[in-house]
Design a protein around this ligand. Structure first.
Ligand code: NAX
Length: 327
């Protein structure tokens, strides 16, 4: 049988991990033939709760689950890891300014990046889910300069999936018949969900939807969906976030379908005027285990303005963490 892949999940006692770990153990992320070994990282106060989640994973009797280790030590958690899902983060507390939030998270993602560089497997792939995800990924990446920068990504797949679902409902076309939706920029309220190049059954959707629907319902609806979930559920998105993380890693490892792309935040190579190094969301394809930014798309004036606004926010976040000495 195949050698198990080691998957590290941080924030393992949290609500996203509670959905995510079971999907990984079931083989939804790496396929039905690939055994996995789980490494759960938590802060000391939450190790007991993570042990509870691990007990339930045991009780799932998953044939692909080769073992579970639980630790509060990043060096142990990332030792030899192949896939690192950085879910645990410091949430914004009452009265916390953006600078405080970035600083608190720098204290988490800096050391975790360093631990990944020190101990992870050569093929390590990192997905940052914990917010502010793009800049947390930037901090981790800059603290792991010997790891190829493109191995550090942040999650905009939930936004991408929300955009697909909303478009599907609006034009009454199954998600399976839609392609080439894009999320640009930051995983924040400034993100730009873009339908300019989207296809339904291979034909452009842009002529089938109203400009006013795009600008007044679609874009804000996708960008504010997280807040709507909190209002309805009394808790933030968890199972949908876990499902998006599964989709992200599955496509990274197994490839994207022909004639389609997905959205991933990764260190910019300067494409589309996004300053090099900023972890920004792009349309990407995957093959051979590597993301590639879709080249040469035409960007109209409306899109340009939206992309630039979100990228400006990312540049401000980068300047702030530079000033704090976090990168
Ligand atoms: P929870 O508060 O339920 O769980 C977070 C867990 O992380 C806690 O158990 C906490 O003890 C742990 N943690 C904190 N610091 C840690 C550290 N240094 N090492 C290891 N574990 C640590 O949050 P949950 O709902 O699971 O959300 C986790 C993160 O995902 C949050 O930052 C949230 O904002 C973010 N999200 C990102 C999304 C995205 O699309 N990129 C969407 C969903 C979600 O909002």
């Amino acid at each position: 049988s195949r050698t198990p892949v080691t998957v590290t999940v941080t924030g393992a006692a949290g609500q996203i991990a509670y959905a995510l770990l079971f999907r990984i153990a079931a083989g939804d992320m790496l396929g039905p033939d690939q055994p996995v070994r789980l490494r759960l990282l938590e802060i000391p106060q939450a190790v007991g709760a993570a042990e509870g989640t691990a007990m339930e994973l045991d009780d799932g009797a998953f044939p692909l689950l080769a073992g579970i280790d639980i630790t509060d030590d990043a060096a142990v958690a990332f030792d030899g890891t192949n896939i690192a899902l950085l879910v645990g983060a410091r949430p914004r507390g009452p009265g916390m300014e953006r600078g405080d939030l970035l600083e608190a998270n720098g204290g988490i993602f800096g050391p975790q990046g360093a631990a990944i560089q020190a101990g992870a497997a050569d093929d390590v792939r990192v997905l940052v889910v914990g917010n502010p995800a793009n800049t947390n990924a930037l901090i981790a990446q800059r603290n792991a300069p010997d790891v190829p920068a493109g191995r550090f990504t942040a999650m905009t797949r939930l936004d991408h999936n929300r955009a697909l679902s909303r478009l599907s409902a609006h034009i009454e076309t199954p998600v399976s018949d839609l392609a080439r939706v894009t999320i640009w920029g930051n995983h924040s309220a400034t993100q730009y969900p873009d339908l300019t190049h989207a296809l339904a059954n291979g034909t452009p959707v842009i002529n089938r939807v109203d400009r006013s629907w795009i600008e007044q319902e679609f874009i804000p609806g996708v960008a504010r969906r997280g807040a709507a979930i909190i209002e309805a559920r009394g808790a933030s998105s968890a199972a949908s976030a876990a499902s998006a993380a599964i989709d992200h890693v599955r496509d990274w490892v197994q490839g994207t379908p022909p004639n389609d792309w997905t959205s991933v935040a990764l260190p910019s190579d300067g494409s589309y005027g996004v300053p090099e190094g900023l972890v920004s969301s792009f349309p990407v394809t995957s093959s051979g285990g590597e993301w590639r930014i879709v080249p040469d798309l035409e960007i109209d004036a409306f899109s340009r303005e939206r992309i630039d606004a979100s990228v400006a926010e990312l540049a401000e976040e980068r300047a702030a963490v530079e000033q704090l000495g976090l990168i």
